[in-house]
Design a protein around this ligand. Sequence first.
Ligand SMILES: [Zn+2]
Ligand SMILES: [Zn+2]
Length: 151
Amino acid sequence: MRHSDIMEALRERIKEKKYKFTRQRQVVLQAFLDSRENHMSAEDVFSLVKNENPDIGLATVYRSLELFTSLELLKKLDFGDGRSRYELNDRNLKHSHHHLICLGCGKVVEFSYEFGSGLKEKMERENGFQIVDSQLKVYGYCRECRKKNAR
Ligand SMILES: [Zn+2]
Ligand SMILES: [Zn+2]
């Protein structure tokens, strides 16, 4: 999907839920479309938008992120470093993606992988559990940190 199409779909969803698509909310969403880093904390978003949008405060960013999460436009992620991060909700995409989290620099890398059907069936059979979504968190050290440590 093109960015403008994604933004249009998000705008529709917000209006559907009877919320206003204010300029400030649009700026916050646009940050996720523009940024190559898809796992941003409120502080990350704030530092991206504050220069061009001095009227937006950190509290506004926080509130927008919480609203978007409740509307399921964003997913709230916890990588165990005490900061909530957010990413565009891709539940409508076919693939689920997983996260490789670097303990050295905090970088988060996305990793696409479908669980083999054998594993899914085992989980469903042994636990009577119907799986609709899954996300794996893998902790370790990224290539750059490994290089640094090797020196
Ligand atoms: Zn690293
Ligand atoms: Zn992700």
